[in-house]
Design a binder for this molecule. Structure first.
Ligand SMILES: *Cc1c(COP(=O)(O)O)cnc(C)c1O
Length: 376
């Protein structure tokens, strides 16, 4: 059996090595390392894939979120509503801009923003809602968009973990996550579902004026060369990454299918086990399984993780400390929050290896080991 890893980016690369190597050499020979045709082509391809009018490439997913908040004119003293059960980047960028993150509860099954909790957290200072499509499952966008529209709020989707997820509205309209809110943000961090060979990110929007602003902010607030209209930053996707991403984008649906197949395998292996809750799949969206995350009931999680590790099986806790309990947010009253579901999940979740290169033998070995420990 091949060694087990949380993600296997090397095996994935080897399958498309010829194409990728040629594309990288092309960029080197052209010596157009920043901007240019390769980057623009990738942005156009990604826009077409996502059904989005505009794609603004940038340096990483964290920047994408920051640039989104800047372009929407959010400023110090404003509030944004976000989950605490997320990767830190979502809320860190708000804090960096002096914006107050307001942490709200997630749904116990989907791990994503609880719309009722969002509604209760709205104050006159609220400017935006930032749902995170955690682990590849979509947040309840229909309700979140309705709340936002009712209260005149912006929605910034953190789509770093869910690129390719199809979300269906109750009227039958289907949209990709990241194309539903006023702005969508994603990351091409190597382990993400569409991963570069380094850092990268992108911002999505349907709005022409907003697209202009996002582009400007990502490029030193520049409207034309050496004319800087607003304070911006420097956030670029380089041509080498864009060339690689163009190739990988063509395989993205295949990659998602492989992840779903792996998730189906685990689901079947753990079916009906009362100590293991397999990932919930709400029928309104198609989970892309960036992570395969179990909720454990009455299981010694550290013991399981140790047991798996001794068998050469990696596992991870995403995330061991929710944002509101991070020291970083002490100044924002983080410790005052009472988020029972978030704390409950933080103590019980565990993620198993899931990626495009897992084979059945590996998965059987992993599932057997989990069950062996739990049935002990
Ligand atoms: C990865 C990730 C980010 C940040 O992306 P980077 O490219 O690492 O900056 C933001 N939010 C979520 C939910 C992520 O998973």
């Amino acid at each position: 059996m091949r060694p087990l890893q949380m993600v296997d980016t090397r095996s994935q690369y080897l399958k498309i090595k010829n194409e990728v190597d040629a594309a990288v050499i092309n960029v080197m020979e052209s010596s157009q390392f920043i901007g240019g045709k390769v980057v623009n082509d990738f942005a156009a391809q990604l826009a077409a894939y996502n059904g989005s009018k505009h794609v603004i490439p940038c340096a990483n997913g964290t920047d994408a979120l920051q640039i989104a908040m800047m372009a929407l004119g959010l400023k110090a003293g404003d509030e944004v509503i976000t989950p605490s059960f997320t990767y830190i980047a979502t809320v860190e960028v708000a804090a960096l801009l002096g914006i107050k993150p307001i942490f709200v509860e997630v749904d116990k099954k989907t791990f994503c923003l609880d719309p009722d909790a969002v509604e209760k957290a709205i104050t006159p200072k609220t400017k935006a809602i930032v749902p995170v499509h955690l682990y590849g499952h979509a947040a309840d966008m229909e309700k979140i968009m309705a709340i936002a529209s009712q209260h005149g709020l912006f929605v910034i989707e953190d789509n770093a973990q869910a690129i390719g997820n199809d979300y269906t509205f109750s009227n039958g309209t289907v949209k990709k996550t990241g194309s539903i809110g006023h702005i969508g943000c994603t990351s091409f961090y190597p382990s993400k579902n569409l991963g570069a060979f380094g850092d990268g990110g992108a911002i999505f929007t349907e709005d022409d004026a907003l697209a202009e602003k996002l582009r400007m902010i990502a490029s030193h607030g520049q409207s034309k060369r050496y004319y800087h209209d607003v304070v911006g930053c420097n956030s670029r996707l380089d041509a080498m990454q864009a060339a690689i991403l163009s190739i990988k984008l063509r395989h993205l649906d295949e990659y998602i299918a492989a992840r779903r197949k792996a998730a189906d395998f685990y689901d079947a292996a753990f079916a009906g086990h009362n100590k293991i809750e397999v990932p919930y799949r709400h029928p309104n969206n198609k989970h892309v399984f960036h992570q395969y995350t179990l909720v454990l009931h009455n299981v010694d999680r550290d013991g399981l993780s140790q047991f798996l590790s001794e068998k050469g099986i990696p596992s991870m806790i995403y995330y061991p400390v929710p944002a509101h309990r991070q020291q970083m947010f002490d100044a924002f009253g983080g410790s005052d929050y009472q988020l029972e579901v978030t704390d409950w999940l933080t103590e019980r979740v565990i993620s198993l290896p899931i990626h495009t290169e897992l084979d059945q033998e590996q998965q059987q070995f992993i599932a057997d080991a989990v069950l062996e420990y739990i049935n002990k």
